[in-house]
Design a protein around this ligand. Structure first.
Ligand SMILES: NC(=O)c1ccc[n+]([C@@H]2O[C@H](COP(=O)([O-])OP(=O)(O)OC[C@H]3O[C@@H](n4cnc5c(N)ncnc54)[C@H](O)[C@@H]3O)[C@@H](O)[C@H]2O)c1
Ligand SMILES: O=C(O)[C@H](O)COP(=O)(O)O
Length: 528
């Protein structure tokens, strides 16, 4: 069996590590405690996929050594320390885990906000460590009635705003890239004028770190702020210019700051730590058990799928303008890749052509869909294929890829059909996503089997005569193969196709036994 090496560069939850350990196709290397230079020089060259967090920079040094790398999974949101154009140049897909730590970051932001208002860590230290009971020293301020300026109204910023509203704050949001209704529908104020944010009592930032946002709060902005303003940053260091922040805190213009992130981390020598009106944490925004469990398991699952070429969830460097792809399309793309991968296992031979048809609204996105299907179908025949180079690899290997938009679908809201032609014949699979979000095959080679696209599946085609299902069940049970789902369909030629989902890996011996049944016409096996 082919093995893929997944290198874990930073600590992730043990449930994620276990998933990697338990997958027989994965050679798992835990390198979180390895010195970064050694990691890059000695371990990264062996990796098919790397899992990273903010402590591992994916920079030119890293990429120079990533000669086998197919994908990088950033186990978190921020990809400011990942050279995405550099990855694209090397054909490396970059994925992140975008929402698994949202709540952890939101709640840490509220913790910082409240800590700043009540100077909580300082009063705690006074009593606990200095044994001083001096209640009059610790008069704080209330959030109620104060104006909160939220810069960046995405997953985290919008949820911070909702929680702050529950504290009876007035919310002003600045985010040029959203529909203002996202703010105004919540009875909050949307502004395009950054000065409205600077006029707030408390300001919190939740944008990514990029060219536009680095230093978005600098000396000039702080000068315009109210005296006694409170600033919170649980997004990224350098969004607030650290010299300007230091001077503002030192002068008292900024009354208090709550800071989780720093320009250079670990930040043990940062001069901000010398101040008495700052609450700090060592980049803990994502550090809750819940969030790390979710991130670790999602990152591991995505790394396994990417290593095997099954799918690349949340890929950030696709050859497609993601902003032009509506949300409903993304699961179809993922499903298209799985169907391509499945078809290539059922019909194992040199691929001649891949025809991808889209019906319903999905038909408008059939070109992107064809790219994903191609990646899935050709991942067995090309070690390096991905969304970035799929068209090129297909052409190079003489595979004809044809996307077809069929317009409206008579039966399904959206339907995709993949026809894979190889030297051995054709396999045609149609699938849709129902309103419950479950991806389902609705037909295979003209048989109307309806079955979920997941796990291990046996496709058993036979003459439609009595007793076949019983014999199949007996063989599977004699070989300790447990059936989890079974779908049977027949055609007018007196043939039947059974799609059998099973709980465990099926051996060649079991497949041979099935093939030896008299009524059997063909047996194939696909692992997703
Ligand atoms: N401290 C932590 O551990 C921690 C945890 C999670 C996320 N983060 C950071 O928080 C950031 C935000 O996370 P998210 O999940 O809310 O991301 P998101 O993509 O959902 O939201 C970001 C928002 O910022 C807006 N934005 C972009 N540029 C802007 C600009 N110039 N001015 C105003 N708004 C702008 C976007 O339109 C978007 O709505 C991440 O990029 C990450 O760096 C930190
Ligand atoms: O961007 C993120 O997801 C957070 O900053 C968390 O970073 P971490 O994974 O290094 O904790």
């Amino acid at each position: 069996m082919q093995k893929y090496t997944v290198v874990v560069c930073d600590h992730i939850h043990e449930a994620g590590l276990k998933m990697l350990q338990d997958d027989e196709a994965i050679n798992f290397v835990m390198a979180a405690d390895v010195d970064k230079k050694e990691l890059v020089e000695k371990i990264i060259p062996t990796a098919d996929v790397a899992i990273t967090r903010s402590s591992t920079d994916v920079d030119s040094f890293f990429l120079e050594h990533a000669d086998n790398m197919k994908a990088i999974v950033r186990a978190g949101v921020g990809v400011d320390n990942v050279d995405i154009p550099g990855c694209s140049k090397k054909g490396i897909i970059v994925m992140n885990v975008p929402t698994a730590n949202t709540i952890a970051a939101v709640e840490l932001t509220m913790t910082h906000m409240l800590s700043c208002m009540r100077m909580f860590p300082y009063s705690h230290d006074h009593l606990k460590n200095q044994r001083i009971w001096k209640r009059e020293k610790w008069y704080g301020y209330e959030l109620k009635g104060k104006k909160l300026g939220v810069i960046g109204f995405g997953n985290i910023g919008s949820r911070v705003a909702k929680r702050a509203k529950a504290f009876e704050m007035d919310i002003v949001a600045y985010d040029p890239y959203i529909d203002p209704a996202k703010v105004t529908d919540l009875d909050m104020t949307y502004t395009k004028n950054f000065d409205d944010i600077l006029a707030c009592d408390v300001i919190t930032i939740h944008t990514p770190k990029n060219k536009e946002t680095i230093g978005i709060i600098g000396e000039e902005e702080i000068a315009k702020m109210k005296d006694g303003v409170v600033l919170v940053n649980c997004a990224r260091g350098d969004l607030y210019n650290e010299d300007a922040l230091y001077n503002g805190l030192k002068s008292g213009k900024i009354r208090f700051a709550g800071i989780d992130v720093f320009g250079k981390e670990p930040a043990i020598n940062n001069k901000l730590l010398d101040l008495d009106n700052i609450v700090v944490s060592p980049h803990l925004g994502a550090n809750t058990y819940e969030s790390q469990y979710n991130i670790g398991t999602q990152a591991a699952g995505n790394a396994i799928e990417a290593a095997k070429g099954i799918s690349y969830p949340n890929a950030l460097n696709l050859p497609i303008d993601e902003s032009k792809i509506p949300e409903f399309v993304k699961p179809f793309l993922e499903m298209g890749q799985k169907i391509g991968f499945m078809a290539s296992q059922i019909n194992k031979s040199k691929i001649v052509s891949i025809r991808v048809k889209g019906q319903g609204e999905i038909g408008n996105y059939v070109d992107s869909l064809a790219t994903f299907v191609t990646v899935g179908a050709m991942s067995h025949s090309s070690e390096t294929i991905n969304y970035v180079n799929a068209d090129f690899v297909a052409k190079e290997k003489g595979v004809d890829v044809e996307p077809v938009n069929l317009g409206d679908s008579a039966v399904y809201k959206n339907l995709i059909t993949v026809k894979l032609t190889t030297n051995e014949g054709t396999t045609t699979i149609s699938a849709t996503i129902f309103d419950d979000g479950v991806q389902r095959i609705v037909s295979i080679d003209g048989f109307d089997n309806e079955v979920a696209i997941k796990g291990d599946m046996i496709l058993f085609k036979n003459s439609d005569v009595p007793g076949v299902i019983g014999s199949v069940g007996t063989i599977l049970s004699n070989n300790s193969v447990n059936i989890s789902d079974f779908s049977l369909a027949r055609n007018e030629n007196k043939e039947a196709l059974a799609v059998i989902l099973v709980d465990n890996v099926v051996s060649d011996k079991t497949l041979e036994e099935l093939a030896s049944l008299e009524a059997c016409k063909s047996v194939s096996y696909a692992r997703l």
